[in-house]
Design a protein around this ligand. Sequence first.
Ligand code: SF4
Length: 491
Amino acid sequence: MTNTLDPWSSSDIADYSKLFEEFGISPFDEILPEVPSPSTYMRRRVIFGHRDYEQIAEAMRTGAPFSVMDGFMPSGKIHLGHKMVMDQIIWHQQMGASAFVGIADREAFSVRGFSWQKCREIGTEEYILSLIALGFKPDGLIYFQSGCESVKDLAFELGVKVNFSELSAIYGFSGETNLSHMISVATQAADILQPQLEEFGGPKPVVVPVGPDQDPHLRLTRGLAGKMNMFRIEERENTNGWKYFSVRGKGAPKEALQELKKRIPGKVKLYEEHIDVLQTPDYPFLMRLVSEVRKADRKNQYLAEIESVSRFMEDAKPPEFAEYEKYFVFRKIWKLTKKILEQIVAEIAAEFGGYAFIPPASTYHRFMSGLQGGKMSSSVPDSYIALTDDPKEGAKKVKRAKTGGRVTLEEQKKLGGISEECSVFELLLFHLLEDDEELLEIRQECVSGTRMCGSCKQLAAEKMSEFLKDHQEKRELAREHLDEYRIIYKK
Ligand code: SF4
């Protein structure tokens, strides 16, 4: 498997930049200024990539509905790697997302051979208690895949749109792969699309925070989202080089297609005219487009955005628009037009029992390395810290961890440490130090040779022990409050 990321083996991705080229993941840096109060992981570049996060950032800014979704296979001890994902779910929930957490017991059953009972125990004891202890709010939904009828039904429907060749291209499946494993893949796609079902408020942007090894699930699900939809909106170009939106409803019921024609024909011209404006834009033409978009927005859902374009046009000294101003207005109208079209299409799809999924967005975070260097491995307890480790033992593990320090003190003073190869610094960066300034100071002292590893280890060990103690107390509290949460178990 050269260009396949395998989510079932913890592959070490040495060169993240390859992901940008090979898999079309965009650098997170580009979107960072659009995110209101970015999270610690974002600020510290632990989150390095994304797909379509623009729609999530926009929903956060405008207060539009959006969701965060993630899943955990109940396979063993909950550790700091899982905490990273939980932190991101909770952060998005605090930013206004409706949150969904799936316990992937179908995956554990099919891939690990665990019994349903064992999945339930590990899922609750390890994952759910820590999720709540870290701050998950009760208005989110937690479910075991095996107990969630809507996920199971959707997984079955999704199965129609995916075949074995596709699965083996994405995951490297072979003739030896068991059928349940394949079903668990469809189930995970259903997990990701579930927040957009009518019973959860219909189509909306959904973000899935993952490590890069989980990207195959995202690529599969994004493809399936398009294939499941009753209508497809495409940007096309005619023979004159004019771009336009085309709405196609292959396989949609006749009545739905009639309804589409009824709702869209008056606006088709508007969509077709857009690209020409790039060559011959003038003020009256752009004004007309704004007024047509306003008319098309029957439910006034985009009123604020339309008003802001209008205000911009009034303020920008009409009619002598600069080129960049024309382009700016044009792009805004193009985006609004697409949103309104999506809205119309989603309403008709819902009316006629179809889907209008928006392809899910995702963020990608760096993996934590093992405490001894290399990868974290569940079979080597010294390579990771579990959230249920005894606090004293957790502190000892930190003290035994591999640092980026030099062999002798003299060398350390002369050459400085290598903080980017230091698992102790990584613990401070990912989990233990909230203050960015303090972290930067430690890094500076490290690379300049004025800091010795012993002081970092001492600091990290103390903070780790405090964190574990506090977290474990909160886990016990969570146990008492489990019934206040919406949790769907296998019946
Ligand atoms: S001084 Fe601190 S940050 Fe630098 S290598 Fe040593 S432990 Fe790591």
